[in-house]
Design a protein around this ligand. Sequence first.
Ligand code: GDP
Ligand code: IMO
Ligand code: MG
Length: 444
Amino acid sequence: MPATVLVGTQWGDEGKGKFTDLVAKEMQLVVRYQGGHNAGHTLVVNGETFALQLVPSGILHDHITPVIGNGVVVDPTVLLAELDMLEAKGIDTSRLKVSGNAHLIFPYHQEIDRLTERRLGNAKLGTTKRGIGPAYADKAARVGIRVQDLLDPKIFRAKLDVVLKEKNQLLAKVFNRLPLDGDEIAAHYLDECRPRLEPHIADTVSLVHESLERGEHVLFESAQATFLDLDHGTYPFVTSSNPVAGGVCVGAGVGPRYIDRVIGVAKAYVTRVGTGPFPTELAISGDAVGGKDRELADDEEIRLGDHFVDVGHEYGTNSGRRRRPGWFDAVMLRQAVRLNSLSELAVTKLDVLDALDTVKVCVAYDIGGTRHTHLPYHQSDLHAAKPIYEELPGWNTDLTEITEKHQLPPTAEAYLAFLEEQVGVPVRLVGTGPGREQFVHRGD
Ligand code: GDP
Ligand code: IMO
Ligand code: MG
């Protein structure tokens, strides 16, 4: 009964969408287990680009049942718009199942997310402003409203009225905003969204277990990533869910014994959107929220930072925000191997390094004169960490047409072998371009 987890190992946008689509070929079920429409997963299939936020990336395969698990927070308006977008591109979305236990995102969550960010000023997190944090906060406070509540309008309305009373007080008294109208919200959720969502609402825990019992292959797809994890990431500069592989057990309802393969997706470099510590960060010539001060960098560093942003097209899939770039960080990856029990790595965007004469990998941190090969637990140490790099030769070869392991230039192969040696797990898949066919399978 094999279950596989595919998890981001950095700060998101590693290319999980593309690699879920790739691995999904061998799966029957693809399940999202956390996050919401803060995610942006881009897939390029036959030249056509799909930007997914909520629907699992397995949707593009006819034989797959895509599942939104109980650990996800769902904005029904966004979900329905995404289904419309997919249908317009000829994708059958009728197979999608949504857990009745998943929590709903409401307009007050988005409003509070926006207002909290504004109030924090320079200390803001740079959230996606999609209401993710406030929705998970309500779930934990037990005042959340779940997808299954849509099926009982009376209960839905009663819960909405209770929660809205409190939210409107908060909006008025703390943020000086106008109250939101319960009738309007209820009409939208119950009259407009419910009829379309109803056929998709299911007991997804049973669905997953029945599939596993039939001996089918199930893939659990993370949104966000290890260092955006609420418990293990760079708190408070994190998201409000648990993307780490263990999050599957809670967010989809399976015990750990089912999981026998954990694929960590890592970019051949690192990016981050939003604020928070980033030891290997490079300055760029443009602006990015939380980005490194250009005054601290020389021209060569800025040239490299710009290279990653420009060649890697490092702009948010949905928000369009410029991502902060940096060199590959093996210290972080070692921690990601531990936190997720990674069995293998998929290294994406290797082609973005094609034109560089040399490539650097951070192998340890210098913190106050002491060498650290593992992540310090105290965040102040992480802020003070100076990367210790090893520099390797580049390959100066266009990798974008390469599909076989033996075609990889020896220096590119040496770079991958170096990463394996540094982090202790094999690199099985390598991304050589955004397209579905642009990858190399390095071995089993
Ligand atoms: P996700 O959030 O982890 O799914 O990643 P995103 O989709 O937000 O960002 C990854 C970006 O890189 C997307 O634009 C992908 O199309 C693109 N991409 C994925 N793999 C590769 C690769 O191997 N090479 C290149 N050049 N682009 C890639
Ligand atoms: P995918 O799945 C990159 C970041 C935000 C912000 C922090 C908290 O595409 O990899 P939130 O809106 O979740 O409360 O924001 O987390 N963030 C992401 N960064 N990729 C993502 O998703 C992200 N989802 C959230 O930028 O710093
Ligand atoms: Mg993304």
